[in-house]
Design a protein around this ligand. Structure first.
Ligand SMILES: [Fe+2]
Length: 170
């Protein structure tokens, strides 16, 4: 059995990861509506990754004898009414998720729960990558997005993203 607080935070994180998937699907919907199918593809794959993260937390709890509780997933409530705004929402959200992972890590550290700390190490690294990806999207948009030809090229680049399963297996 895991430390009670650590287990509760991991259980909450399942919901937060599913919410992330929901938020990214909402962003994908926005871009699809705007005719930017490459951007929509990128965020649809991002949503798949978030679903994977949720399942990893769920499996981790199951593997450690915890009874998982699934809560309702909140409606995506972020406002984005411009191409760049949606990217900003994505970047801010990843910074928020990093803070959530750090909070669980802190609790695990406090409880001397070394197993959970090791499990979370992958997520700590993953969040570094997620923040960089989201920041890169903003940088690329600022470089190319204001020009129709540049936006077309960027959209084509993002259309080429393919889903890969997470490198962490339990
Ligand atoms: Fe995630």
């Amino acid at each position: 059995m895991l430390n009670e607080k650590v287990a509760a935070l991991c259980n909450e994180q399942i919901n937060k990861e599913f919410y992330s998937a929901y938020l990214y699907l909402d962003i994908a919907n926005y871009y699809a509506d705007q005719g930017l199918d490459g951007f929509a593809n990128w965020y649809t794959i991002q949503a798949q990754e978030e679903r994977d993260h949720a399942i990893l937390f769920l499996q981790y709890l199951q593997n450690n004898g915890e009874r998982v509780t699934l809560e309702a997933i909140a409606k995506p409530d972020k406002e984005f009414n411009c191409h760049r705004c949606a990217l900003e929402v994505g970047y801010e959200h990843e910074q928020y998720v990093t803070s959530l992972i750090n909070t669980i890590y802190e609790a695990a550290h406090e409880a001397k729960d070394f197993r959970t700390m090791q499990f979370l190490d992958w997520f700590v690294k993953e969040q570094g990558e997620e923040e960089k990806n989201a920041d890169d999207m903003l940088k690329k948009y600022d470089l190319y997005g204001s020009d129709p030809k540049g936006l077309y090229s960027l959209n084509s680049e993002l259309a080429a993203r393919v889903y890969t399963a997470p490198s962490l297996t339990l």
